[in-house]
Design a binder for this molecule. Sequence first.
Ligand SMILES: Cc1cc2nc3c(=O)[nH]c(=O)nc-3n(C[C@H](O)[C@H](O)[C@H](O)COP(=O)(O)O)c2cc1C
Length: 197
Amino acid sequence: MKNVLHIISSARGSRSYSQGLSSAIVKKLTDKRLVNTIVERNLAADFPPFIDRALIEVFYKNPGTMSNDDHLLLQYANAILNEIKNADFIVIGTPVHNLGISAPLKAWIDQLIRFGVTYGYHSDGQRTGYLGGKKVFLAIASGGKVSDSDGGSDYTEPYLKSVFNAYTGITDFCTYRIEGTASPDFRENYEEILKNL
Ligand SMILES: Cc1cc2nc3c(=O)[nH]c(=O)nc-3n(C[C@H](O)[C@H](O)[C@H](O)COP(=O)(O)O)c2cc1C
């Protein structure tokens, strides 16, 4: 049985297609009786703090030299780190916004990735991630069709794969897309998108 972390990052609440698709993924996993616990973190309802100068300095401090104030600054980062550590499956919903991921999701990643915590370096200089062995399901919603030449490329999937791979060691990805949501006659069909899950 697996623990699921469900990350929602669209501001559109119940009208969001990425949220609809990520929720349908969680439901499918649950229906298959694969799931033990589900932790939901809605980044649009509860925005991650942007990293600032003080937090960046704490990120690079030796834990042994940290003050109480430093620990307070790390509260959000530590909370989301524990959530991801406890998860076997991470289901991430994101809209395509200006060819990239949503701003709250980027802020969450900036809080999550930490030298010495999610990744480090071997003595030979090789970087290694410390959170490997987890599986990520991506649920990406776009107004256009990414496959259309004039629909524009999108950097969501390659970015998410690259950043998790490089700085967490998570390499197992399964991507589902809901595309063309801006078309006037668009109708969602999550069942069809997830038929192979
Ligand atoms: C600020 C903004 C930027 C967007 N940029 C793109 C884009 O670059 N490419 C695209 O295909 N759709 C773009 N869209 C359309 C959204 O991807 C589309 O509405 C999608 O359904 C949003 O996901 P959601 O329903 O989960 O909120 C954009 C929408 C907004 C509001």
